[in-house]
Design a binder for this molecule. Structure first.
Ligand SMILES: Cc1cc2nc3c(=O)[nH]c(=O)nc-3n(C[C@H](O)[C@H](O)[C@H](O)COP(=O)(O)O)c2cc1C
Length: 423
């Protein structure tokens, strides 16, 4: 088989993709739901069950963003339970390098890897948002580039501990430890390293260390440009182009016909962007409380607070983080020209996570094209319903992928590293 697609699921925690109010959803924080989902994914021969990390519930202008609250149990704890209830699927924990400590996190990840028989992955993030920092002594004061410097030193220390080096010592202003390995190596040696974070610093970290990138570049042209950029960076570190699997985040809406799928996708978007969410979206840009505005009324007449985006920075894509006054001026013109309310405007302008919408055959064709042209090696799917979205993908999309020869028909190995075809 020449091109192989790898799939993971970003199990819902917080975030706008998920339709919390749908009565069909299983309670997502219950372990029974996670177990049932992980087993469905094993039936669908997925590579990985993936958990994000949110150390505080999301906030908007210093207040809990009630529309996003869901809570996230600690990822490693949750994955440890899944390790006992599953046998093949990879178990990937997002864990930040900014507020954790290397010897402690390396030990916990090695434990998950060992106890799961070599199925653990670590999604390395730096967690660039102020509200997470507020939980910790460092607060939000640790600047972006220094986070990546610390991330690099952190990963180096973890790798040294996992390599079995008798004693690992680091003494810099960012990382200090003198530690010895404490956990036996798993069948895959060490956890598979994922990376998420799209800035130059994030991409460099991926090029140096990652086995897999959880990428934010999903639309085809963006995905291809990202893949080419990453491959060039890999070459600079003397790593072969195939050393890293690139898995963009994706949403999927299937339908019996193209029109049916499009209608379902539009319904999902309307339910994701509620009138309250639309107001909260504008508040991020206006930098002020807009709760006294009617989301079905015109855009706020009041001017935005000057200055760039603050506490919500980590949830807004890089290209949207600058030039906010220009953006707001364009929104005003658009709303004026089309007579749009706040809610209608946000439905038009809020960036969409690139979604795949179509019949199972059509989406399978699209995905096969991505992997055959090396724009991506697969996807990490964010479901909007649990378990319905995933049942549908496993039952309807997976067979189409198999028919096209781009997806496995059985697990060949037992470790996550083997599933991913990493040497
Ligand atoms: C696809 C993707 C998934 C992410 N998931 C998480 C997460 O679960 N928890 C978290 O704290 N940060 C997460 N991040 C944010 C990163 O921690 C990082 O702080 C953020 O992307 C800013 O770094 P950057 O400027 O390099 O993009 C994610 C980022 C991306 C691109």
């Amino acid at each position: 088989m020449s091109a192989r697609l790898h799939l993971g699921v970003f199990y819902p925690g917080v975030g706008p993709q998920f339709l919390w109010d749908d009565p069909s959803n299983a309670p997502h924080t219950e372990i029974d739901t996670a177990v049932a989902v992980a087993r469905t994914l094993e039936r669908g021969l997925f590579d990985a069950f993936f958990l994000g990390e949110g150390l505080r519930v999301r906030e908007n202008r210093g207040r809990v963003h009630a529309l996003d609250i869901a809570g996230r149990p600690d990822a490693i704890t949750q994955l440890s339970a899944l390790a006992a209830a599953t046998s093949r699927i990879g178990l990937v924990a997002t864990q930040n390098t900014t507020y954790n400590f290397p010897a402690d996190l390396a030990r916990r990840l090695a434990s998950l890897d060992f106890l799961s028989g070599g199925r653990a992955g670590w999604n390395i993030v730096t967690t660039d948002n102020a509200w997470t920092g507020a939980n910790f002594r460092r607060g939000g004061r640790f600047p972006h580039e220094r986070r990546y410097e610390r991330a690099e030193q952190f990963v180096e220390a973890a790798l040294a501990l996992w390599s079995g080096t008798a004693e690992v010592a680091r003494h810099t202003d960012l990382v200090g430890l003198r530690a010895t390995p404490t956990v036996p190596p798993s069948p895959q040696g060490r956890p598979v390293l994922f990376q998420a974070g799209d800035s130059d610093g994030g991409r460099e970290l991926a090029a140096k260390y990652a086995d897999v990138v959880f990428s934010a570049n999903t639309a085809y042209d963006q995905a291809l440009a990202y893949a080419e950029d990453l491959r060039a960076r890999l070459a600079r570190y003397g790593r072969p182009a195939g050393a890293v699997r690139i898995l963009p985040g994706a949403t999927v809406v299937l339908g019996d016909t193209p029109a049916d799928a499009a209608e379902r996708a539009e319904d999902v978007r309307r339910r994701q962007i509620t009138p309250q969410r639309a107001l909260a979206f504008l508040e991020q840009y206006w930098g002020r409380d807009l709760s006294d505005h009617d989301p079905h009324g015109p855009l706020p007449a009041v001017e935005p607070v000057e200055g760039e985006l603050g506490p919500s920075r980590g949830t807004i894509s890089i290209e949207d983080r600058t030039g906010k006054l220009d953006r707001i001026r364009r929104w005003r013109e658009l709303a004026e020209a089309k007579k749009l309310s706040i809610h209608q405007l946000v439905l038009e302008v809020q960036p969409r996570q690139h979604g795949f919408v179509g019949t199972p055959g059509r989406v399978a064709d699209e995905w096969a094209h991505y992997v055959r042209t090396r724009a991506a090696d697969g996807f990490v799917i964010s479901p909007h319903l649990l378990p319905a979205t995933l049942d549908e993908i496993v039952d309807r999309l997976v067979p189409e992928l198999q028919d096209r020869g781009v997806y496995r028909t059985g697990y060949e190995g037992t470790t996550l590293r083997e599933h991913l075809g990493l040497t």
